[in-house]
Design a binder for this molecule. Structure first.
Ligand code: GDP
Ligand code: MN
Length: 372
């Protein structure tokens, strides 16, 4: 599981790595801005790098400027991730930018330290001879030799070398004690007071999550996905225009495959699970409407689920609030004849064959979007 910058920095700080003072804000009106230290840096909290280049990091001098920056950054899309929080951090005086990472080296069956004095950029773009790779035996940990090898390579001495050693050892402690697979600092900023972690990237082993007190949900959910989650509805939004409501993950996947057969792409998936409660079905459909797909394909298989009561839920939404999108239904299983009749009477396309339903759905999708 990947952690956000502010979470990673908290762990760094817990283990003794100097980090800038910062506060989190989720709206430009947040009280947190009053508690921040200025001048500051306002940083988008998203689980992707390259925020600087994307405009997700702004330097500000005052609280007002910080709020203005947050107004721009919150809601921004970076690499498909929506910014929901910003970190407002005291600005540090950066004299040099290093790169330092500790990661699991599976092929060598040990731990690898990767370091460079040319940080602040994508490590892949740094020349190989400027990067040190030092293996650490997990039974020994970071030794004097490890420290010497790195500080020599990086040409550090005196206080800078001491500060570097402190950060290196603390980063190793973070890596081990937090069950990380990767702990990365880029840039590890050299300041007049020594090295400071200006950024963090931490990935914790999913199998060890039970040992740590981390927030359960690190996913970047869309606002609708978040809402669905709160309602207990399995809902996923991706690229693609067609909305799919099905019961069961397997049937949902099969439906997507069927659409692809006819050159259609599902974009919003909603898994009803085993419910045939008309109320729950209505809630799910209302959510699907909000996602505004080109057409909605409802694909139901009633084993235990009574398909006619599911149909009633769909019809209820139509009667109570209307549905702007065309709806194609494919109903199979328990009470299917009754369900189809109800749906047809209400004006929906209702078929029993998946291929026919998929073909019809894609046809409508193409017509709605004006593609041949
Ligand atoms: P990334 O682009 O998503 O990796 O975000 P980073 O946290 O690495 O920030 C990008 C760049 O912003 C860094 O390389 C720094 O040059 C700059 N930056 C970040 N924090 C500070 C700060 O406190 N002071 C100054 N002067 N620059 C900063
Ligand atoms: Mn960075």
């Amino acid at each position: 599981m990947d952690l956000h910058e502010h979470q990673g920095k908290q762990l760094f700080s817990d283990h003794g790595i100097p980090t800038p003072e910062g506060v989190l804000a989720s709206s430009p009106e947040d009280d947190a801005f009053a508690e921040a230290t200025y001048p500051a840096v306002v940083k988008a909290q998203v689980l992707t790098g390259g925020r600087g280049k994307a405009g997700g990091i702004q330097l500000v001098d005052t609280e007002d400027q910080a709020r203005d920056a947050a107004r721009e950054i919150l809601g921004m899309e970076i690499d498909g991730h929506t910014v929901r929080q910003v970190l407002v951090e005291e600005r540090i005086e950066i004299e040099g930018e290093h790169y330092l990472a500790i990661l699991l080296d599976r092929s060598a069956r040990d731990i690898l330290v990767v370091a460079s004095a040319e940080g602040g950029v994508d490590i892949e773009s740094v020349a190989e001879e400027k990067i040190a790779q030092v293996h650490v035996d997990p039974l020994e940990g970071v030794t004097e030799e490890t420290v010497d090898e790195l500080t020599t390579f990086l040409d550090l001495s005196g206080d800078d070398a001491d500060s570097y050693a402190t950060v290196l050892r603390a980063l190793y402690e973070t890596f081990r004690q937090e069950d990380a697979q990767l702990t990365e600092i880029n840039p590890l900023a050299l300041t007049p007071e020594g090295f400071v972690a200006a950024d963090s990237k931490v990935s914790v082993d999913n199998n060890a999550l039970y040992r740590h007190d981390l927030p359960e949900d690190q996913e970047d959910l869309t606002p609708l996905e978040q809402k669905a989650k709160e309602q207990g509805i399995a809902f996923v939004q991706l690229e693609g225009e067609i909305g799919v409501i099905a019961n069961g993950a397997g049937l949902t996947m099969a439906t997507l495959d069927a659409l692809i057969e006819y050159d259609g792409v599902g974009g919003v998936f909603l898994d009803l699970g085993g419910t045939d409660d008309p109320e729950e079905v209505a809630e799910a459909l209302t959510l699907m409407k909000e996602a505004d797909p080109s057409v909605i394909l409802v694909n139901l298989f009633g084993g235990i689920t009574k398909t006619d009561t599911v149909a009633k839920g769909i019809i209820r939404v139509l009667e109570e609030e209307g549905i702007d999108q065309p709806v194609v239904t494919r109903i199979k299983g328990r009470n299917e004849a009754k369900a189809r009749e109800l749906l047809r009477d209400a004006g929906f396309v209702a078929v029993g064959d998946l291929k026919e339903a998929a073909e019809k759905t894609v046809e409508i999708d193409h017509k709605e979007r004006g593609v041949a």
